[in-house]
Write a protein that binds this ligand. Structure first.
Ligand code: ADP
Ligand code: MG
Length: 361
């Protein structure tokens, strides 16, 4: 057996074989042949999403590769969640510089952990050597399923009168990112020097369990797959928050040709609830600053969606930790509403790979 095949066998075929066997009914052919085969029950639709992650752009130098693997799959599964689809399987393409070969078992381990947690078997892929100096690059394609009746939650489907909802605590991964850069003495790379005092004031108030959860959320996101399924027939437009609420909301406004109004009060109430008394006591001067961080922070992988007001939304809200943070109205763009100062345009600062000034996020 060549080193390449031995490697595929040891890292991917063998460790994932149990998960694949569990789903043999949907996966008649898996790793080892020219093609894998997926078999959907009659009356079901196949959903597909793909993402590429590059060392130095999507993760830090020296980052734990098991976390990279976990996040790579989890963020792809989050796209399925945003479509209301259930995972069927994924494929994995690797371009590996020779210096990274020894780290691949760790990468595979993180992938296996996410695959097991979210029940998504690996069915194939491709492995190639990267030219000297090239960064480790991985591409994942996930396949999901739903009934034919479910058409997804298109970004163009928001309707005037819909409420805007978010799951969990948006901004948590931003806190994790700021903490990570601070730990590495590189905070200035993601936060202007002038804002460091605000961050330190904020940090001194954040309870330990929140900083721990922020760290976990950044490295091991939790795709909201069950929520995505629960939203079938209820949500209109939906997306997962990968680039930051302010920027992601713009996608829905533009594609639905309507205006999204985000309520500052509602977003602040989320953090006030999470931080408890510390928020009221210690953040009076800087809550506006933190709100801005919440709006631009990426990597939360929470679902953000529009839905008409119905009694069943209230039930879902308590079951899935959902908060209504705004509404869809006639117009265009995304505005922030403050009960004292009224409406103002939201500043969007999402990460854009095609901007000439884009650097490591
Ligand atoms: P081919 O030359 O026909 O494309 P390969 O030699 O690339 O086949 O791959 C052999 C088998 O190993 C295929 O079934 C392929 O899906 C699987 N494979 C290769 N690389 C990976 C990987 N990184 N993850 C999972 N399966 C892989
Ligand atoms: Mg190949």
């Amino acid at each position: 057996m060549t080193a390449e095949f031995e490697f595929i066998e040891r890292c991917f075929r063998e460790p994932f074989s149990g998960l694949r066997a569990k789903h043999a009914g949907l996966l008649p052919v898996g790793i080892g042949d020219d093609c894998a085969a997926l078999e959907l029950p009659k009356g079901e639709r196949l959903w597909v999403s793909t993402d590429t992650l590059v060392a130095g752009i999507h993760w830090f130098d020296g980052h734990r590769l098991d976390d990279v693997g976990f996040k790579a799959l989890a963020s792809n599964l989050s796209d399925l969640a945003a479509a209301g689809a259930t995972p069927v399987a994924f494929t994995l393409n690797l371009a590996v510089p020779s210096t990274a070969f020894t780290q691949l078992p760790d990468l595979a381990q993180g992938l296996l952990e996410a695959a097991t947690q979210y029940d998504c078997p690996l069915v194939g892929g491709d492995t190639t050597r990267m030219v000297t100096g090239g960064p480790l690059t991985l591409s994942i394609t996930v396949f999901g399923r739903s009934s034919l009746a479910h058409m997804g939650f298109l970004r163009s489907s928001a309707q005037v009168g819909d409420g805007l909802w978010v799951s969990g605590l948006p901004g948590l991964a931003r806190l994790g990112l700021l903490l990570e850069y601070q730990r590495r003495g590189q905070l200035s790379a993601v936060l202007p020097e002038a804002e460091h005092p605000q961050f330190n004031a904020f940090l001194s108030k954040v309870p330990e369990h929140i900083t721990q959860t922020a760290h976990d959320r950044l490295h091991r996101p939790a795709p909201r797959l069950a929520l995505g399924v629960a939203l079938r027939g209820k949500a209109h437009a939906c997306l997962d928050l990968s680039d930051g609420l302010s920027g992601d909301a713009q996608h829905i406004a533009r594609q639905s040709q309507c205006q999204l109004i985000l309520n500052e009060d509602a977003l602040e109430a989320l953090w006030s609830k999470a931080l408890g008394q510390a928020y009221t006591d210690g953040l009076a001067d800087i809550h506006g600053w933190w709100l801005q961080q919440v709006l631009i922070g990426g990597d939360d992988y929470e679902l953000f969606f529009s839905a008409p007001e119905t009694a069943s939304m209230a039930t879902l809200a308590s079951e899935y930790d959902l908060t209504c943070v705004g509404e869809v109205v006639q117009g265009q763009g995304v505005l922030l509403h403050n009960p004292l100062s009224g409406l103002r345009p939201v500043q969007s600062q999402s990460y854009d790979h095609f901007q000439p000034w884009a650097s490591t996020p």
